[in-house]
Design a protein around this ligand. Structure first.
Ligand code: G3P
Length: 495
């Protein structure tokens, strides 16, 4: 079973066996384009070129051919928005990435007198720069002649899954213009209950419906991958946004089960079952997955914009470390944060605070603080932000977390995982297969074609690798968390 994981910093192709173990993995990074402060773009054509290369490489390194692959799943960075020409297949502009804040004024304008929760009861989301609909509106307003072409149906709108699926299934030669319910639920244009585009919201946001993809279940027949794609002839049979895919790959299949992924940002999803639960504490309501014709499952989500990307920033913008993994050694060289707190509000603050006026700050500096303390404060920021989200989730759901299932690039960092357990006072658990995002997409595809029979196969494949038990005393935990909350106050009103 194959999966393509089109993430914020890289695109990877993976092959899994029936037990959900990794057979091969290949990955290519793409350029992060920062045209001005607060703007983040990707070249969608570069991402598609990378996809073909990693797909071919993953087959070659496992000494397999496309004939050995039963089906392919697709998972992706969510919300990142691309518009392309139906007849040439060329994007009309760089993709606008989920972290981009250029739609801040537009969101305030859309909120009007009604407020940022104007669409929450239908979409589960507050008005925020994070979501795709306002990004599409910005493109329609900013690219010459685009609105007219969109109204005539000459261009396609998509989040990255749509762009990838269209190219994978043939592009200008019959590509399928589709999305799945999980990705559509991040546009702010879909009604969560009907799982259809909401015509009224589209009209108010100024999005012509002729440019929208068809919304499908997360697991089903999306068409065969064409000759110019990464896995010629293989059926594309599953599509899920990456955080929903990780939830599925972590076997969080029952209401009350949750996972936290430590990637570019952190994303904590709690499965709430077949009914959407609307948050009163700053969380998002989103579609978790929909398998075939079964009812959709929903999730409460706490999205944190900057966690792993803060470590990249220490590497790329400050040169504090030469590779991301060095941060652990640097942070372990000091006993504690030395009184320093780092609030990485580079894209404002997402859940649970939703402050677009926040910007990054480091507070508590003295002559004593050195680069080890800064590294430590950067790691601790991920854990503090996770605690905020978990507190909101417990307040919304009434469910007390007994353990936290984790995955993603940063969970190899022992110091961070121990601190996470300490600051939550809850054990943190990492599975054997940490590649839960790609695995979740592979599961969705594998269920569609009968490679796996049902959810019991997914549960049976999940196994614990490592567990961190909390060991911090309560006074110390409170002291640190109070320090964090005071630091966050300093990040407000900086735009
Ligand atoms: O909502 C954004 C999220 O999907 C990005 O995930 O793993 O690419 O940072 P990741």
């Amino acid at each position: 079973m194959a999966a393509i994981d089109q993430g914020t910093t890289s695109t990877r192709a993976m092959i899994f066996d029936h037990k959900g173990r990794v057979v091969s993995v290949e990955q290519l990074e793409h350029e992060q384009i920062f045209p001005r402060a607060g703007w983040v773009e990707h070249d969608a054509a570069e991402i598609w070129r990378n996809t073909r290369r990693v797909g071919a490489a993953a087959l070659a390194s496992a000494e397999l051919t496309a004939k050995d692959i039963v089906a392919c799943g697709l998972t992706n960075q969510r919300e990142t928005t691309v518009i392309w020409d139906r007849s040439t297949g060329k994007p009309v502009h760089n993709a606008i990435v989920w972290q981009d804040t250029r739609t801040d004024d537009l969101c305030t304008e859309l909120a009007g007198d009604i407020g940022m929760d104007r669409y929450r009861d239908r979409t589960g989301l507050p008005l925020s720069t994070y979501f795709a609909g306002p990004k599409a509106r910005w493109l329609l307003d900013s690219v010459d002649g685009l609105r007219e072409r969109a109204e005539k149906g000459e261009v396609c709108f998509g989040t990255m899954d749509s762009w990838m699926a269209w190219n994978m299934t043939g592009g200008v030669d019959g590509g399928q213009h589709v999305t799945d319910v999980t990705n559509a639920s991040r546009t702010m244009l879909m009604d969560l209950r009907t799982q259809q585009w909401d015509g009224e919201i589209c009209a108010e946001m100024g999005i012509p419906m002729a440019m929208l993809p068809e919304i499908r279940s997360s697991s089903g027949d999306f068409g065969a991958l064409r000759g110019n794609g990464p896995l010629p002839g293989v059926p594309l049979a599953g599509i899920l946004g990456d955080q929903q895919a990780a939830t599925f790959g972590q076997a969080c299949l029952e209401p009350g089960e949750a996972k936290n992924t430590y990637g570019t940002g952190n994303f904590l999803l709690l499965n709430t079952g077949t009914e959407p639960v609307f948050s009163e504490h700053g969380l998002l309501t989103t579609v978790c997955y929909r398998i075939g014709e079964q009812p959709a499952r929903y999730a409460l989500e706490g999205s944190i914009a900057v966690t792993g990307s803060l470590i990249q920033w220490l590497r790329d913008n400050l040169g504090l470390i030469s590779q991301a993994s060095d941060v652990e050694r640097l942070a372990a060289g000091v006993d504690d944060n030395g009184g320093a707190y780092f609030v990485p509000a580079f894209s404002g603050l997402f859940a649970p605070r939703w402050r677009s006026d926040a910007r990054g700050v480091i507070v508590g500096l003295t002559r004593f603080v050195d680069k080890g303390h800064i590294a430590r404060a950067a790691l601790e920021a991920s854990a503090f932000q996770t605690r905020e989200v978990i507190e909101a989730m417990q307040a919304d759901s009434g469910v007390e977390l007994s353990t936290l299932k984790v995955d993603g690039g940063m969970v190899v960092n022992e110091l961070l995982m121990q601190f996470q357990a300490d600051i939550l006072d809850v054990p943190v658990v990492r599975p054997v297969v940490n590649e839960t995002t790609a695995l979740g997409a592979a599961y969705a595809a594998g269920l569609a074609v009968g490679f796996w029979e049902g959810e019991d196969d997914i549960r049976a494949n999940w196994a614990e690798d490592k567990r961190w038990e909390p060991g911090m005393d309560a006074d110390e935990r409170d002291r640190l968390y109070t320090g964090w909350n005071r630091a966050v106050e300093h990040s407000f009103g900086l735009t």
